[in-house]
Design a protein around this ligand. Structure first.
Ligand SMILES: [Zn+2]
Ligand SMILES: [Zn+2]
Length: 390
């Protein structure tokens, strides 16, 4: 049987995706999107519940007993001016669905609506979670804190994220690390101002900052096991007032990405030790502000293997591929995967033959809507088969 019971459902899913795409909303402002989700779930006879303002949870209880599966889609867009050239481009200047969350929402909605009439084929309970604010500040953790994993207790959680590096029809999986943690830091360097023609009378924070930028890269190249993956990037440097004044303050900000939690928690001390050491060498001082963001997504091995088995026999998937490596981006689904066995899957959205597709978060990003059929099939097959075996 095809993933979509009828051509009409595929048409509906595409129409929802376009409707959401044309009206993108930022994190915790997804009012129009969650109203659409609620309306369609309710029309299909699915019980819905609101959570953390714009989050929506639809629940289908099967007619037979079984485990509880959580399927998750994110709904928010990015602060970006769209240049995709699509006829249904964003009507909100400065806001764009450039990460495919419009597709995630439409696919999960399609699966839910098509399963609503097939409760007799479901053993267990399916929670369809439409989550706000994945792009920040994060909606997964507030939903978990509000109890989305309880009543009934969730046994496994699965999400799909589009990926333009894969062709339409392809579904990618892997066990273990899937996405990186994303932490941020700000380093304030203090010195002593004065005339730039008399540097010996001040403490210039500009060369100190430059040395710190270089020295911090030794963390990834010399301090951490070379088989671990860590990215440390300085994103901004702000210092100084004028060309002939010694800068008494310079501020650096950066991000740190890791796949291993032990390595991750060691990084703040390493940054602080190096920054303080360089500052001390030059008579400067510094303060580090470090903020832990999303943890890394760790795919549960047993769950992933069960899922791969289910998807090997699923319709509308041309190829199931084991992804060779994680990506160093972040995903707040990590909180679900920390709390219960979790699996993040990748869905190809590049038209076959497309050599240079625009990437996620690019103003030019567009996806092949034929991939929506594959995504709906993945959600549907997992809902039908996973609760009985997980
Ligand atoms: Zn994104
Ligand atoms: Zn995303």
């Amino acid at each position: 049987m095809s993933a979509l019971d009828s051509e009409q459902l595929e048409t509906k899913v595409i129409a929802w995706r376009r409707e959401i795409h044309a009206h993108p909303e930022l994190g915790f402002q997804e009012h129009r999107t969650s109203a659409l989700v609620e309306r369609e779930l309710t029309a299909a006879g699915i019980d819905t519940m609101r959570m953390v303002t714009t989050g929506v949870v639809g629940t289908i209880k099967g007619t037979r007993p079984g485990k509880t599966l959580l399927l998750r889609a994110d709904m928010d867009a990015l602060p970006l001016d769209e240049r995709s050239g699509e006829s249904f481009s964003s009507t909100s200047p400065g806001v764009m669905h450039a990460c495919g969350h419009d597709a995630h929402t439409a696919m999960l909605l399609g699966a839910a609506v098509s399963l609503a009439a097939q409760r007799d084929r479901i053993a267990g309970t399916i929670k369809f979670v439409f989550q706000p604010a994945e792009e920040g500040p994060g909606g997964a953790k507030p939903m978990i804190d509000a109890g989305v994993l309880e009543n009934p207790r969730v046994d496994a959680a699965v999400m799909i994220h589009v990926l333009p590096l894969l062709e339409t029809g392809v579904v990618g999986w892997r066990t273990g690390p899937m996405m990186a943690s994303a932490d941020e830091f700000r380093l304030e360097i203090g010195g002593r101002g004065g005339h730039a023609a008399a540097p010996h009378l001040g403490v210039d924070t500009i060369p100190v900052a430059a040395e710190i930028v270089g020295a911090l890269q030794r963390i990834t190249s010399r301090e951490v096991d070379p088989l671990e993956n860590v990215v440390l990037s300085i994103g901004t440097i702000h210092g100084g007032q004028r060309s002939n004044i010694i800068a008494d303050r310079t501020e650096l900000t950066g991000t740190v990405r890791c796949l291993n939690e032990t390595v991750r928690t060691s990084i703040p001390q390493r940054i602080e030790r190096i920054a303080r050491g360089v500052c001390a060498a030059h008579g400067a001082r510094c303060t580090l502000h470090y903020e832990m963001g999303y943890p890394s997504v760790q795919n549960d091995t047993r769950l992933v293997n069960l899922i791969a088995d289910v998807l090997r026999e699923a319709p509308d998937i041309t190829r199931l591929v084991e992804l060779p490596a994680p990506r160093m981006g972040a995903e707040d689904f990590a909180y679900f995967a920390q709390a219960v066995p979790g699996c993040m899957l990748r869905l190809g959205v590049a038209p076959p033959g497309e050599r240079d597709p625009a990437m996620l978060h690019a103003a030019e990003f567009r996806l092949d809507e034929r991939a929506l059929r594959t995504g709906v099939s993945v959600f549907r097959e997992l809902a039908l088969r996973l609760p009985a075996i997980v």
